[in-house]
Structures are given as C-alpha cells and as structure tokens.
Design a protein around this ligand. Structure first.
Ligand code: NAD
Length: 237
C-alpha cells in the first residue's frame, strides 16, 4: 500500500540540504556536495568572522547570489500544500535558504538561522535583509553578522524547544535530504520514534540514522513527495 500523507493529522517535515538540491542549491555532503573555491568550515565560523568579516561576507554574498537565483521546487510546493490541507504541519529545517517560506510554508522552524537575516552582535537586534550583495559594514565600522548557526555555535534554544514540542505531538515524521550527521539536529528524529509517530526517511542514500525509520524512500525529494502526497487536492495551495 503506498503511503498517503492525508491519513495523518499532525505532520512534521524535517529537512536538510537535499531538500533544496533539485532547486539548484548545492548540498554540503553527498553526491554533488561541493562549495566552489571555499573551505566551508573556514568561512562559516565565529573565529573567521572575528578575524576577517569582509572575507566571511564575500562567502555569504556568494551564497546569497547562488540561492537568490534558485526557486522552490515541486517538493517545497507539496509541503506548503500539506500545510494548507492537513490539520497541522510543521517544517523543521536545517536549511538557511528560505525556500520553504518562498513556496508558501508558514509554520517553519529554522534550526540553523537564515541567510536572509543579519544580526547586530552588540544589541542582539535581528533584521531581514535580501540585498545581494549585502555590504555588511555599518556606518560606525562595526559589522552585521549573518544570523546563521555556524560551525561551533550553539543552536537557538527557542527553536529547539519549539521543534521538540512539534515532534512530540506529531503522528508522522518525515526526514528529507539530511545526512543526519550534524548534531544536535540529528538527535531530533529520536523524539518522533519515542512518540510513536510513523517515521519516514526520504534520501537517495542511506544515512547513519536510516535504521530508526520504519519507511525508507530511496528517491529524490520531489519524486518521493509526489508519491506520498498523491491524495492531496492539487488545486488548493
Ligand atoms: P548534507 O549536505 O550533509 O546532506 C545532504 C543529504 O541530502 C545527503 O544525505 C544526500 O544524500 C541527500 N540528497 C541529495 N540530493 C537529494 C535529493 N534530490 N532529494 C533528497 N535527498 C537528497 O545536508 P544536511 O544534513 O542538511 O547538513 C548540512 C548543513 O549545512 C546543514 O546544517 C545546513 O544548514 C547547511 N547547508 C544548508 C544548505 C541550504 O540551506 N540549502 C545547503 C548546504 C548546506
């Protein structure tokens, strides 16, 4: 029997870089996971920003340019349709690209921040900003910091609490396009298992967490979502 998403009431989609691969955003790991000319870890950490904020902004402006030219794919759109048609849908994403929101999803928890927000490190103020490129430097010579969880940063506690609470209440948990090696995010699927939810993994490759999932769909995000969302009303978004 094919899985039918409309038989569930409270669904959590837990997404990683593979969710946006078919939009043209490169993944970090897995086939095609390369970041042109950059050693990711050298440009996405607080120490690099403290040392060379302009260099870190060059990297993030490269990412803004790349992601800014990408549109949500059919998978993002189907997830947004689920939110419109099912009782409760939450997207918990490790992605920073904003493509779920662009596709129409509203209940989105961004575990690792957003490429499209900047933060004043002194006041803590956070602002949306869609400039490409973004200048980064303030009038007084200080720098806006990308509002992103970098290597070595702690996760936003509020986001984690919200995510755990949504997972503990869900009856269906669907992991899509994550290599399941970035912690603490990779621990989240265990809450769904403990809650007795139906758990699925969508990923063309197996991951260290594959064995915890009852269903393993070894295809792309768009193909697998197309399959499990076959009973959605195609006309309503
Ligand atoms: P990852 O790059 O480590 O792993 C990507 C996974 O996606 C792999 O397991 C791969 O097999 C799978 N995949 C590739 N194409 C797919 C497709 N079409 N459909 C379904 N799955 C597919 O990604 P991660 O686990 O999210 O960890 C990377 C970290 O880097 C995250 O913290 C994330 O914030 C960041 N990142 C974000 C983006 C983005 O915002 N789009 C892109 C790259 C990296």
């Amino acid at each position: 029997m094919p899985i039918d998403i409309t038989t569930f009431r409270r669904v959590v989609f837990f997404t990683g870089a593979g969710m946006s691969a078919e939009s043209g955003v490169p993944t970090y790991r897995g086939a095609g996971g390369i970041w042109k000319n950059y050693n990711y870890e050298e440009y996405a950490c607080q120490a690099a920003f403290d040392e060379d904020p302009a260099g870190v902004w060059r990297f993030h402006n490269y990412r803004r340019e790349l992601v800014g030219g990408c549109a949500p794919n059919q998978g993002h759109r189907l997830i947004a349709q689920c939110e419109a048609q099912l009782a409760q849908v939450t997207v918990i994403t490790q992605n920073i690209d904003g493509l779920h929101q662009k596709a129409g999803s509203r209940a989105v928890i961004e575990l690792h921040g957003s490429l499209w927000r900047v933060r004043d490190e002194i006041s803590g103020d956070v602002e949306e900003n869609f400039d490409v490129p973004f200048k980064g430097e303030m009038a007084d010579g200080r720098w806006w910091r990308p509002d992103i969880t970098w290597f070595g940063d702690s996760l936003n506690e509020h986001a984690i609490r919200e995510a755990v609470s949504a997972i503990q209440e869900c009856d269906c948990f669907i992991s899509i396009g994550t290599s399941a090696v970035v912690y603490p995010a990779a621990r989240l699927p265990y809450y769904a298992v403990d809650a007795g939810a139906t758990c699925m993994e969508i990923n063309p490759e197996s991951t260290p967490l594959s064995s915890v999932y009852e269903h393993r769909l070894r295809s792309s995000a768009t193909d697998a979502l197309g399959e499990i969302c076959h009973a959605l009303d195609a006309d309503s978004v």
